[in-house]
Design a protein around this ligand. Structure first.
Ligand SMILES: Nc1ncnc2c1ncn2[C@@H]1O[C@H](COP(=O)(O)OP(=O)(O)OP(=O)(O)O)[C@@H](O)[C@H]1O
Ligand SMILES: [Mg+2]
Length: 285
């Protein structure tokens, strides 16, 4: 059975797309057939982050629309891009992308359209369907939250990110399909992913700690804590690779995402420290 995971946050620019690519890559590396679905119609990024700019022919919008009379319906196999990394990473056989359009689009993704897309992907036998939500809580963001079996709330350790995540949590709790149809099954499973975390700053009280964030948001499951790593992330996006790619994974960020994906799979992996050593500081790793 396919599992639909929504990566959301409320606030923009906190690391949703970065995390979606890294988690999807890790799940694919673990042998799970995984598809990343671009739900940000206006400003899609996943095709850039995964180095697939030149391979986008059809987009999620083409797959979502009803065919005009007499026209053939687009098959998901025509729109799906098989992600292949430039460094032959071992997610290559299991990772697919349903990209956003490269045209300028100002429309939104509706719940009905996304339902149609998800059903097609379920028929394709994906283990994981990962919806990368745009910022905010309405329109396309709400459509992505609506169909989720599981939601990953990406937050930065700052109050504006926490208050926006709190709103996204309220939306999932009140107006997701599972919230509206309790007879369907369990409520949406909620996980927290803290990104851009500076452990030292938290220890000296300059930044919220993960415990504080968890208690404000009332989410028990801490999926992972991703350190601040500006340069590494910039390199990864310039090379069109997720941070779990083989040539990048030898860095705390990639390791933390691999651990987080294992926790998603139900494995009991203890949290590792994000403390930066004296030498790492000197060499600005
Ligand atoms: N752990 C991190 N350390 C430093 N920079 C990061 C980290 N994670 C993400 N970033 C950077 O933050 C910026 C925003 O990341 P990303 O696009 O993943 O966020 P987003 O939540 O998807 O944004 P949007 O809401 O616009 O879709 C990017 O420049 C990315 O490289
Ligand atoms: Mg994004």
């Amino acid at each position: 059975m396919s599992k639909v995971i929504c990566i959301t946050s409320g606030k923009g620019g906190v690391g949703k797309s970065t995390s979606a690519c890294a988690l999807a890559g890790s799940l694919a590396m673990s042998g799970k057939k995984t598809v990343l679905v671009e739900c940000d119609i206006g400003t899609p990024n996943l095709h850039v982050l995964l180095g697939c700019e030149n391979r986008v022919i059809y987009s999620i919008t083409d797959l979502a629309v009803e065919p005009i009379e007499g026209e053939k319906e687009l098959l998901s196999s025509q729109a799906l891009i098989k992600v292949t990394s430039s460094d032959k990473s071992n997610y290559d056989n299991n990772l697919y992308l349903l990209a956003g359009s490269k045209q300028i689009r100002r429309d939104k993704l509706t719940q009905k359209e996304l339902y149609k897309v998800i059903e097609k992907l379920k028929n394709d036998g994906f283990d994981f369907i990962i919806l990368d939500s745009p910022a905010g809580i309405d329109d396309s963001a709400h459509a992505a939250m609506y169909w989720a079996d599981m939601a990953i709330f990406v937050v930065n350790p700052e109050m504006s990110s926490i208050t926006d995540a709190d709103k996204a949590i309220a939306v999932i709790d009140s107006s997701s399909y599972r919230a509206e149809n309790p007879s369907y099954g369990d409520a949406v499973t909620k996980h927290l992913l803290v990104t851009r975390y500076d452990q030292q700053a938290s220890e000296i009280g300059d930044q919220l700690t993960c415990d504080e964030i968890q208690s404000i948001l009332r989410i028990d499951s801490l999926l992972g804590v991703i350190p601040e790593a500006n340069k590494h992330l910039r390199d990864a996006s310039q090379r069109g690779l997720p941070v779990v790619a083989s040539s990048l994974v030898n860095h705390a960020v990639g390791q933390q995402y691999i651990d987080a994906a294992q926790r998603l799979l139900g494995n009991n992996i203890p949290l590792r420290s994000n403390k930066v050593s004296f030498f790492q500081k000197i060499f600005k790793k």
